[in-house]
Design a protein around this ligand. Sequence first.
Ligand code: HQG
Length: 187
Amino acid sequence: MKSNDQRSNVFISKKMSYCLRHNPGKYGLTLDEYGFVSLSEFLKAMNRMHHFRPKLTEMKIREIMNASDKKRFEIKDNKICALYGHSIPGIIKRKQAAPPAILYHGTARRFLPNIRKEGLLPMGRQYVHLSVDLAMAESVGKRRDAHPAILIINAKQAYQDGINFYVGNDEVWLCDHLPSQYFHLIG
Ligand code: HQG
């Protein structure tokens, strides 16, 4: 069972994700090309919109980030950004890099026919999201299916063939559309 504190942290984290990934404009904010916004402006906007009591502070945000199982946000030079998950129109620039040779993607079994046909598409987000290990892919897939399908991705080959990969965080990699010749189903 989650404590009230944990529930409130999840609530705040979801609002942070909504603002920084999907709808900064609703908060009167504009992200820079890398997805960053001034931390003090962000705090003001979050407090104005959600009337947090006690007020949301940098300390509270850092506490939520430290306690989280996923590294969703980054604070740098008094600015904050979401590290992945964006859907706002226009591509947020991410650092391009060579991915690990193998990556994974957990998804719902019901999506497989389309995924086989079209490859992995970003769908509602800017990029396709990939996981560095099986456990992570499984937990991502379980958001949509109790027995998710896990795809193993030949990231090395895809990268060599010119598909762009980007660093999300230590556990999440991002890439552009990934055709189906670069993955197969595990199991
Ligand atoms: C699927 C969470 C049909 C894809 C997670 C996925 C992750 C297709 C869904 C992060 C398809 C999109 C992102 C195609 C892909 N036809 N379905 N051609 N291509 N799909 O949520 O990867 O907790 O946008 O398999 O942990 O599930 O929010 O992406 O099932 O790291 O921080 O379309 O979000 O992180 O779903 O998850 P999503 P995702 P947070």
